[in-house]
Design a protein around this ligand. Structure first.
Ligand code: SF4
Ligand code: SF4
Length: 342
């Protein structure tokens, strides 16, 4: 899952395109057998696909953003991925005032603000998408698309040429990919059949059966945000006990897990937290940590969804604080990157 973008590449060894090199003496991960029939049947909800991404695993990647997440991290830059169902988004600055959306809406949910710009009654909105289809400027849009795994795999396969040349692949992010385990399993199996390298980004907050699905990926990018459970509950809405238990168990069976630590000033950047997460990673046998510096690029999306953004006052971390966190983690014996391009 991607709660933050990352500005720079990490330094993981590039895989051979099919299976990762372990390099640490642990047994090479054995994936569950692929089942092509599941790929034909499985469907899921995504918010989009980003091509040529450089912050979500090694090389150039195609990132698929799943919709739905059980966490509510206050710094989340992708609030449109949090709700499981599609949602209408509004961009007032693009509205021409033409009224086409009002004519298109059969439920009476679409309206205009007295001061200009689109509005929606979300209690009445059925998210049919007709207003977005009729809007000439995308002032109205729908976040969330239901797709079949087999159709998505065909789109992903088209990018294989730039994956192969860069040591990249496909990353399943979100939102939380483990919220749609059957869909994710079909995609991972389908990618394997097509020779596409895979990564899964996850919060780790899921039943173990879903985490096992993620273990089929060549690389797992595992978020550890706050080691203190009370602070984790305060800033993400859930306990970290399940997250840590899943992390330890996954790291014991998968040769290539990398920790991602969203670096949020005043929330996750305390040296005690960074060191605790570093020790957690080291004890689990994980080789590296990506520090993901906070940015406010997602703040406008809250407005489009009609939701408040709690961190509008927050500035990105200073280079000095990032350098200090890097020193702390390297002293523990971890490979550290500023960003998530590992
Ligand atoms: S998505 Fe459908 S129901 Fe909702 S405001 Fe648009 S047209 Fe109306
Ligand atoms: S269709 Fe689009 S541009 Fe026209 S009034 Fe509706 S939101 Fe504004």
């Amino acid at each position: 899952m991607s709660t933050l973008d990352a500005p720079a590449r990490a330094r993981l060894p590039v895989s051979d395109g099919r299976r990762p090199a372990t390099g640490d003496g642990r047994p090479r991960h054995r994936a569950a057998p692929a089942r092509r029939s599941r790929g034909r049947a499985a469907r899921g909800v995504i918010t989009g696909i980003e091509r040529f991404a450089v912050h979500d695993g090694p090389g150039l990647r195609t990132v698929v953003f799943f919709k739905g997440c059980p966490l509510r991290c206050v710094w989340c830059h992708s609030p449109e991925t949090q709700a499981a169902r599609p949602q209408v988004m509004l961009r007032a600055e693009r509205c021409l005032g033409c009224g086409a959306c009002l004519d298109a809406c059969a439920s009476g949910a679409a309206s205009m603000r007295p001061a200009g710009g689109p509005a929606v009654d979300r209690a009445r909105c059925t998210v049919c998408g007709r207003c977005a289809d009729g809007c000439p400027t995308e002032a109205r849009s729908v976040a969330g698309e239901r797709v079949e795994a087999v159709a998505l795999l065909a789109r992903l396969e088209r990018d294989a040429v730039f994956h192969g040349a860069s040591g990249g692949g496909v990353t399943f992010s979100g939102g939380e990919p483990l919220r749609q385990p059957a869909f994710l399993a079909a995609l991972l199996d389908g990618c394997r059949q097509r020779g596409l390298d895979t990564a899964v980004e996850t919060s780790g907050y899921a039943p173990w059966a879903a985490v096992e699905v993620a273990s089929r990926a060549d690389l797992v990018l595992f978020d550890l945000k706050l080691h203190d459970d009370a602070r984790h509950r305060e800033h993400t809405g859930v306990s970290n006990r399940r997250v840590l238990a899943n992390f330890r168990r996954l790291a014991s069976i998968h040769p290539r897990v990398r920790v991602r630590l969203p670096f949020i000033p005043g929330i996750t950047d305390a040296p005690a937290n960074v060191a605790a997460i570093g020790r957690e990673a080291k004890t689990a046998g994980v080789a590296g940590v990506d520090l993901l510096p906070y940015h406010a690029a997602g703040s406008a999306k809250y407005l489009r969804l009609g939701q408040p953004y709690a961190l509008s006052h927050l500035k990105p971390p200073t280079p000095e604080s990032l350098a200090e966190a890097r020193r702390l983690l390297e002293a523990i014996g971890l490979d550290v990157s500023i960003g998530g391009g590992g």
